[in-house]
Write a protein that binds this ligand. Structure first.
Ligand SMILES: NC(=O)C1=CN([C@@H]2O[C@H](COP(=O)(O)OP(=O)(O)OC[C@H]3O[C@@H](n4cnc5c(N)ncnc54)[C@H](OP(=O)(O)O)[C@@H]3O)[C@@H](O)[C@H]2O)C=CC1
Ligand SMILES: O=C([O-])CC(=O)C(=O)O
Length: 442
């Protein structure tokens, strides 16, 4: 086994320029449970200076003592049990305080793309160190280890800590962001109501855990489907966290809509702006071509085939996920991860003047007459502080109003199905004669 000081990876990151000067200190981050599960017995060293044990066949961290005390913390993984001494870094003044990001379903397909983007600095910026808290289950714990190993091997300078675990009350401790991806996919012949019940329970439990242990201003992005109602369940179970902090991911739909409009107009997709997705992340969603713009011009003036906009375009966005499954054999994972990145970046960077983005948010106080107490995708703007405001003056014509109402009715029906999970009594589930689909269903 080679004993090595943490070496400086090849990069020009300002962190690494400073990290090579750092005195490294170590913390031991293992619960007894995971010590058995994950790692060989832990050697200890009386040294306060770190020696990082690096070998192909062992992830054994070195426990260190500082002032005679072994520092311990629950679940962490391998090299991430060795944390940098951030005090030394503070001298550079250019480093932000470490943020804790939880990801559930961390061994799944979407996470497999997302985690590496988070760790690279692409999302929160090149001066933002992060800790990743990965939530899995007994069935995925081995896979989670594999993910953690790949994160180790990627030598991301901004990634200071990776913890893995199966208990949301441990994994969500002090998190500032919670990206809730893990959910059971709907299988063939399965009713939407059954999915609501199974996944709803997951989000009720996770809401309670966030409420108990997360940072009080945690931002929560629900991806696991049906994401709007799951987000509602989650926020109802987390009364101490502002309801405004909960989002359901509809950014993938926004991105899909921009792409279709760009294709039709023969422009690159960066020319499409002001794209709203209204409503549910389902086939009732409403991609709003009335208010979207291409090169700053209303879409309806650029694309004069209005029948295509009302039918072809709208349906292509609503069912894009299903078409992708037909081709690819599984649901969108890479583009979903990209859209999660976009969704977060839209909250941590100021929205460009005149533009907006779509996200599923709590409807209380909305200016569009949409029923209160739902999570509904609407146009938003952010100052870049993690918060957002609804855009209040978007035009809604009869075409939009009718379709928005349909998506609203669907969400109201979903809400009744999960009343037992939101503290609103006994659930009554009648989703109507036509069982609506997730975008990814064929
Ligand atoms: N909002 C959006 O735009 C989109 C949402 N999605 C949704 O994101 C979710 C995750 O997708 P993806 O990463 O591709 O899925 P995967 O199947 O690859 O991973 C899902 C993870 O969910 C966890 N999970 C939790 N409960 C269950 C359960 N009862 N049965 C099976 N797995 C469970 C599993 O992890 P573990 O065992 O660790 O709990 C699994 O690793 C799905 O709900 C999907 O529909 C997908 C695309 C777009
Ligand atoms: O339906 C699914 O599971 C996947 C999904 O949400 C999408 O592709 O938009």
């Amino acid at each position: 086994m080679a004993m090595a000081e943490l070496s400086t990876p090849k990069t020009t990151s300002p962190f690494l320029q400073s990290s090579s000067r750092l005195r490294l200190s170590s913390k031991l981050h293992l619960s007894n449970h995971f010590r058995h599960l994950l790692l060989p017995p832990l050697p200890t060293t009386p040294n306060s200076k770190i020696s990082c044990s690096v070998s192909q066949n062992s992830q054994a961290p070195v426990a260190a003592q500082e002032n005679g005390l072994v520092k311990t913390k629950k679940e962490c993984y391998g090299v991430f049990c060795l944390t940098y001494d951030l005090k030394a870094e503070e001298e550079t003044k250019s480093w932000k305080k470490l943020i804790n990001i939880a990801v559930s379903g961390a061994a799944g397909m979407i996470s497999n793309h997302l985690l590496f983007k988070l760790a690279s600095g692409e999302v929160f910026g090149p001066d933002q160190p992060i800790a990743l808290k990965l939530l899995g289950s007994e069935r995925s714990i081995q896979a989670l280890e594999g993910v953690a190993m790949e994160l180790e091997d990627s030598l991301f300078p901004l990634l200071r800590e990776v913890d893995i675990g199966t208990d949301p009350y441990e994994v969500f401790q002090d998190v500032e962001w919670a990206l809730l991806i893990g959910a059971k996919p709907r299988g063939p012949g399965m009713e939407r109501a059954a999915l609501l019940d199974i996944n709803g329970q997951i989000f009720a439990d996770q809401g309670k855990a966030l409420n108990a242990v997360a940072s009080p201003n945690v931002k929560v992005l629900v991806v696991g489907n049906p994401c709007n109602t799951n987000a509602l369940i989650c926020l109802k179970n987390a009364p101490n966290i502002p309801a405004k902090n909960f989002h359901a991911l509809t950014r993938l739909d926004e991105n899909r809509a921009k792409c279709q409009l760009a294709l039709k107009a023969g422009v690159f997709y960066d020319k499409v702006s002001n794209m709203t997705i209204w409503g549910n992340h389902s086939t009732t969603q409403v991609p709003d071509f009335l208010n979207a713009r291409i090169n700053g011009v209303p879409v309806k003036e650029v694309i004069t085939d209005h029948k295509w906009l009302e039918e072809g375009f709208t349906e292509s966005v609503q069912k894009r996920g299903g078409l992708l499954i037909q081709k690819w054999g599984r649901s969108s994972a890479a583009s979903t991860a990209v859209s999660i990145v976009d969704a977060i970046k839209s909250l941590v960077t100021p929205t460009p003047e005149g533009d907006w983005f779509s996200t599923g948010v709590y409807t209380n106080g909305n200016p569009y007459g949409i029923a209160e107490d739902l999570v509904f995708s609407m146009p938003c703007r952010s100052k870049g502080d993690g918060d957002y405001e609804l855009v209040k003056d978007v035009e809604i014509d009869d075409y939009l109003r009718k379709r928005i109402a349909k998506s609203e009715a669907e969400l109201l029906a979903e809400k009744k199905c999960v009343a037992h999970l939101t503290g609103e009594g006994i659930a009554f589930c009648d989703l109507g004669p036509v069982d609506t689909m997730l975008p990814g269903e064929v």
